[in-house]
Design a protein around this ligand. Sequence first.
Ligand SMILES: Nc1ncnc2c1ncn2[C@@H]1O[C@H](COP(=O)(O)OP(=O)(O)OP(=O)(O)O)[C@@H](O)[C@H]1O
Ligand SMILES: [Mg+2]
Length: 448
Amino acid sequence: MSRTIALRDVSKRYGRESYAVERVSLTVEPGEFLVLLGPSGCGKSTVLRMIAGLEDITEGELYLDGEYANHVPPRERDIAMVFQSFALYPNMTSRANIGFPLRLRDPATDHEPQIEATARMLAIEDLLDRYPGQLSGGERQRVAMGRALSRHPSVFLMDEPLSSLDAKLRGHLRAEIARLTEELGVTTVYVTHDQAEVMSLGHRVAVMRGGVLQQVSSPRDAYALPSNVFVAAFIGTPRISLLEAVVHAPLDAGMSLDLGGQRLALPEPLSIDHQLLRIQQGRPVVVGLRSETVRIAPPSQARPGEVAMRGIVEHVEYQGHEALVHVNTGSRPAVVADLESARPPAAPGHRRRPHGNSLGPLGRRVMGRLSGAVATLEPPQSSSAGDAGVDPDRRGVRSDLVVRTGPQVRVRAGAQVPLLVDLAQLYVFDHAGRRICPAPDGLPDLEE
Ligand SMILES: Nc1ncnc2c1ncn2[C@@H]1O[C@H](COP(=O)(O)OP(=O)(O)OP(=O)(O)O)[C@@H](O)[C@H]1O
Ligand SMILES: [Mg+2]
């Protein structure tokens, strides 16, 4: 029933030189649930629409079960799609809406049993005789899903099916979708820009940015071993803290990471992960610290592999089971472009993504390009340039580090706190945004 979807160097150009999707290669295995993730405007819907046949492929090839499918009409692809803004026929009951694709395909047969079965699956039996106007948003979404699922497609494409719902309903339906697709074993591509959906849903996640695929991996690896600074920043809540740093490796002393106000000494002998840092001597890098990598404790309590820092508490977010402590360490936060907003529209005849003709130290706009992956780092000032009414000096004082603690830890804004950083969990990215630490081949296997 389920099928393999393969994209080979697939690109989509709407204008003459504006790539919405650029050389995406990706294989979705039969029965797999793949989440396509990325900020608004990065090309997710376009990829989905090309798979469905609703959009022409400009360059590259699409294969369905190994067969070249670029020109197969949508109807013959046996693909069901739930759209970003789902549309039910307002003058049809839920029953008629769900039965619509069945009637279209086979008008002579009684589809009632199949409609009932689909409704049971989605727990909407009671709603079958209501019209869309008499349903809540979540209920409408279920009916829309019922309509897509009723004819047992072999591929299920969902484009942000939960984006219009409130958080609670979203969580509930998310679990439902996971169960349903697992049960049906249907190959599914699920588009979202909500990274929280990734961890709970996907077998694998494909992260896109500016039309380009950044990483395809398990959600766990996307979190633990992000290929670049963009993926690191996009996946994980709270967002990873990214600090500008310089590698300091004098001949006569140990190596350290200079974070502006403070230095993180890397103990000798250097770990495998930190050895590659030596060639970055004197160069700007970005240090990434996840909130669980740092704890509030004095140097006397340091465990092996932990180094001391200090900071001033800016504010504390109590979240019931834990607290997030926002700390200012005096370092300069590195800001990754494109994380949330759509990119500015491209001037006609220009490629949308910026080119790296202004390479320089991290204080200025820096970008790099590697195997199709692009990482642009810019200082906070330029990221909100033109933001009239915001005092540029005020922006510099916000916290640069988020530390996760138990709810029992009592710290007040303004207090100076000692910090311990677990070096084994430290990320370092080079000037182009590529991950250097942990070493790209993965973490060393401690068992051997
Ligand atoms: N019909 C079109 N003509 C021209 N440009 C388009 C067209 N459709 C999409 N684009 C552009 O292509 C890019 C990718 O759009 P797409 O809809 O695939 O983004 P998305 O990742 O789904 O974003 P969102 O999360 O906001 O839905 C955007 O810059 C968009 O403006
Ligand atoms: Mg979209």
